[in-house]
Unconditional design. Structure first.
Length: 62
């Protein structure tokens, strides 16, 4: 199981909401402490998102 200690309740609530939006695979990797799998899953989502991005939008970093 995974847990984190926060100084402010607002930080904990923000992070909890963020986790609730994650896929079950990401939640499982987080609970198992598998940082490598989290990285792979994050890269996969970013790759597929940018592959199908609408044309005419610029997502480059400045």
């Amino acid at each position: 199981m995974w847990y984190e200690v926060f100084k402010e309740i607002e930080q904990a609530i923000f992070f909890e909401k963020k986790i609730k939006k994650c896929s079950s695979n990401k939640k499982r990797a987080l609970a198992e402490g598998d940082g490598n799998m989290l990285q792979i899953l994050a890269e996969y989502r970013n790759t597929s998102y940018f592959k199908y991005k609408p044309s005419g939008l610029d997502f480059s970093l400045y």
